[in-house]
Design a protein around this ligand. Structure first.
Ligand SMILES: Cc1cc2nc3c(=O)[nH]c(=O)nc-3n(C[C@H](O)[C@H](O)[C@H](O)COP(=O)(O)O)c2cc1C
Ligand code: SF4
Ligand code: FES
Length: 542
């Protein structure tokens, strides 16, 4: 396909959609699928057929619409209405044009003027819930692949990197490394072949941002990777995706096939000399395989264990060749940046944290689900306005960001802007976007123990501080929780935190102490209460 043909395709698909009276968009991401979305979609399709309305209505599956706690979610295109807790019995009403039929749906209608919707800003998730991830034409209608086409036709690789630099985009996989700097490092290597790798390992407990992006808009990630390939001089990309993400894998495989068929990937992309293939590599679900050197080892067919850096992957990555590794969400930002310009992206966000961030809201929060917010938004607005606050009258106690490498943020810091530097300053991190809310009933020592257990189980065992230290810390935390701790245990925990942080080989061990350190910093009294010497039982032995 040429760029002109792509634009023609966009127009004809838009025209086709405009002619329809109604598109009935059913969320068919994993969350809604697990509560019956497929039966809703089938029932609506059968109803359209039974009513003979195939020429004027269609039903489409989409990615996550965000408010997963109310799933299955369905949107009707003609009036923009959004319905929650939809079931197959609602199919007739969804297809009907009689106002009376809508009455059944009225109670299920979700108020889209609520802060959950109005306080979000969508770049990465702009198409999620709008396009059918299984139809390339839907993505093309939404402007898909134009950023790649324009980059190939109108920009040099250096100009692409300059645009990314202007945007201020930083890696969304956790560390926030400047994306343009990494691309430049790979681009300037003379060795070939070079590789582009998308890290879709997503192992943090409670996190589902990357899975949702892949399930909802797989072409957006493919397009971002292809642009990266052009910018750094790579012809081959890999997506390392965890095996549990069956739906994401299925949609990625279909998307790659579709894109190759239309010459949007593969050889002679857009009839230009550029070629770029993307293949999937399925991980077996080890958290440590998200660490870039372990991920490389795993793709190469070796045991997924980290190695000493340097050399860093841009110099020596897959099979010793220059390799660009970025997170799913990082790649998903690339096409919007090229389409709208780096300055546009940099105008969103705050300080050195540009653009938006996707978060998965979980734990004691009313609106569990998937959100995208401008960087710099106060944590309070995420939890209380967008998230709807803490249900059950338990009251807010803390928010955990950054997963096992992150920290717990207490109520006094609720007005902290959510950006890389501000979160680090209060002992947490942005991380990849997991956000778990705890209420007053939660034991913060137990939270610390939970994350330590996770790190202990996921430690690859290559270096002693992490292999033995996580076990020791977990033992101490368990002892404290069982009421068998001693005051010295707190000091021992603190000493182990330093050992792990300073001497572990990779980020897993180096950051494993963070949940302990932050709960000790803000909730030390909970530890102290548990290790108080117990008063001697009255009437003891005489
Ligand atoms: C233990 C561990 C697990 C990680 N897991 C992931 C992951 O699941 N996804 C991810 O993108 N980055 C993960 N990272 C970070 C990656 O090593 C790497 O920095 C990242 O993929 C770079 O992409 P970015 O610059 O776009 O953020 C992990 C790091 C460590 C230490
Ligand atoms: S820090 Fe932990 S996970 Fe990382 S190499 Fe050492 S043992 Fe393995
Ligand atoms: S999975 Fe359907 S709204 Fe999130």
């Amino acid at each position: 396909m040429t760029l002109d043909e792509l634009i023609e395709r966009q127009e004809s698909e838009r025209e086709r959609q405009r002619k329809l009276k109604r598109r009935i968009l059913c969320c068919t991401a994993a969350g809604c699928m697990s509560c019956g979305a497929e039966s809703v979609r089938k029932a609506v399709a059968a109803e359209i057929q039974a009513e003979g309305k195939e020429a004027e209505m269609e039903v489409c599956g989409t990615g996550c619409m965000g408010l997963c706690s109310r799933g299955p979610l369905v949107r009707t295109s003609d009036d923009g209405a959004l319905y929650g807790n939809v079931d197959a019995e609602d199919a007739a009403a969804l297809v009907s044009e009689a106002p009376a039929a809508y009455a059944r749906l009225g109670v299920k209608r979700i108020d889209t003027s609520a802060p959950f919707f109005t306080k979000q800003k969508k770049i990465v998730l702009a198409h999620s819930g709008e396009v059918d991830p299984e139809r390339l034409n839907d993505y093309i209608a939404a402007g898909g692949y134009q950023a790649l086409g324009r980059a190939l036709a109108e920009m040099t690789p250096e100009e692409v990197i300059a645009e990314i630099r202007k945007s201020g985009l930083r890696g969304r996989g956790g560390a926030g490394y400047p994306t343009a700097l990494k691309w430049e490092l790979v681009a300037k290597q003379s060795a070939t072949p070079k590789y582009v790798v998308c890290n879709a390992d997503e192992g943090d407990p409670g996190a589902f941002m990357d899975r949702s992006i892949l399930e909802g808009d797989p072409h957006l990630v493919l397009e971002g990777m292809a642009i990266a390939g052009y910018a750094v001089g790579a012809q081959q990309g890999y997506i390392y995706v965890r095996g549990e993400y069956a739906l994401a894998i299925q949609r990625l495989q279909a998307a790659i096939r579709q894109a190759e068929r239309e010459r949007l990937l593969g050889s002679r992309v857009f009839d230009e000399s550029f070629q770029f293939r993307i293949d999937l590599r399925i991980g077996a679900g080890a958290f440590v395989c998200g660490e870039e050197t372990a991920l490389i080892a795993s793709i190469e067919g070796r045991r997924g264990q980290p190695r000493q850096r340097p050399p860093y992957p841009p110099e020596s990555g897959l099979w010793g060749q220059p390799t660009l590794i970025n997170n799913v969400e990082t790649f998903a930002n690339v096409a919007p940046i090229l389409l709208n310009g780096g300055e546009w992206f940099a105008s969103i966000g705050s300080g050195a944290s540009k653009g938006t961030k996707v978060f998965a809201l979980a734990g004691k929060i009313a609106n569990t689900g998937l959100i995208e917010v401008p960087m710099g938004i106060p944590l309070r607005e995420i939890i209380f306005d967008i998230g709807g606050g803490v249900p059950g009258g338990g009251g807010f106690k803390a928010a955990q960001t950054g997963g096992p490498s992150g920290g717990c943020i207490p109520a006094e810091y609720l007005d902290t802007p959510v950006d890389y530097e501000s979160l680090a300053a209060i002992g947490s991190i942005m991380g990849s976007g997991g956000l778990i809310v705890m209420d007053q009933a939660s034991s913060m020592v137990d939270v610390a123990r939970f994350f330590m257990e996770f790190c202990m189980d996921e430690s690859c065992g290559k270096c002693i501080p992490c292999r033995a230290g996580t076990v020791q810390m977990h033992d101490i935390l368990t002892r404290i929780l069982q009421g068998e701790g001693a005051p010295d245990d707190i000091e021992m925990l603190e000493r182990l935190c330093v050992v792990l942080r300073e001497t572990s080989l990779c980020g897993l061990g180096q950051t494993a102490p963070n949940p302990v350190l932050s709960t000790l910093k803000y909730f030390r009294h909970e530890y102290e209460q548990l290790v108080q010497p117990k008063p001697a039982a009255a009437g003891g032995e005489s």
